[in-house]
Design a protein around this ligand. Structure first.
Ligand SMILES: [Zn+2]
Length: 253
């Protein structure tokens, strides 16, 4: 399996990280993307990626922290991660007008700057969007962003189609395992499987049947199994397809 989105160095999960990584290692994970956003994440990533070859990373300032975006600091962090040869994407970046932890204008500005950065270095992007889909879409279209993932997709089919038409993929998270996710299930039923990748968003969004526990990439299988039912595809087959999609979007094939 390929886990396309996890915050493994989050304080909620860090005390269990050694055990989780050993388990991931023996479960033959093809890849796990660690979302890095600050110096602490980078330190952990450098340490653990030396030991575990399946770990890859992405660098981005989350819209919540857009007010702290500093171009010079970002470039420094980027260069440190580049040395690991495991930096595959820019993200998670985007817009969150639900929480507005950073003022909308600053979110838009830091999103634009990081998209430019991704284009300059020819890297795919991992995008977060909440209550911001129309403006987010306009920015992606205007910037001609063609490669990446709209993570934790939870919008309708019409929006899914617009994102796919740009060339991006949709991240399928544990939300599909929840009760009351009928309309999202319906959306994924209608989306071609070649545009879907799997993600846990650990330590958040724990899938059923482990809701209430801290999420980790080992729970990805519950998302895979649920999606297999929705798509009426055999689990092993779907695993192969979503693995290939992830390898493709991160330029590993
Ligand atoms: Zn995330």
């Amino acid at each position: 399996m390929f886990e396309t989105h996890s915050h493994l160095f989050d304080e909620k999960i860090i005390s269990e990280l050694d055990i989780i990584l050993e388990n991931l290692n023996s479960s033959n994970f093809l890849g796990v993307i660690c979302i890095c956003e600050n110096e602490k994440d980078i330190e952990y990533f450098i340490k653990y990626s030396a030991k575990y070859k399946f770990l890859y990373c992405s660098l981005g300032i989350h819209p919540h922290n857009a007010k702290n975006y500093d171009e010079k600091k970002f470039l420094e962090m980027f260069k440190k991660l580049q040395k690991t040869n495991r930096l595959l994407a820019i993200g998670e970046i985007g817009l969150d007008f639900y929480y507005n932890f950073s003022p909308p204008q600053q979110q838009i500005q830091s999103f634009n700057l990081q998209l430019d950065f991704a284009k300059k270095y020819e890297l795919p992007v991992i995008i977060h969007s909440r209550k911001s889909k129309d403006i987010l879409y306009e920015i992606l279209k205007q910037k001609n962003i063609k490669k990446g993932i709209l993570h934790c997709f939870s919008e309708d089919y019409e929006f899914a189609k617009k994102i796919i038409d740009l060339g991006l993929m949709l991240g399928v998270s544990g939300i599909i395992t929840f009760d009351k996710s009928e309309s999202l299930k319906e959306t994924f039923k209608n989306v071609d499987v070649s545009f879907l990748v799997l993600e846990t968003d650990s330590p958040y969004l724990t899938p059923s049947p482990y809701r209430g526990k801290v999420n980790n990439p080992l729970y990805l299988k519950y998302i895979l199994e649920t999606l297999a039912k929705i798509k009426k595809i055999e689990v092993n087959e779907l695993e192969k397809i979503t693995d290939y999609n992830a390898l493709k979007v991160f330029n590993l094939v």
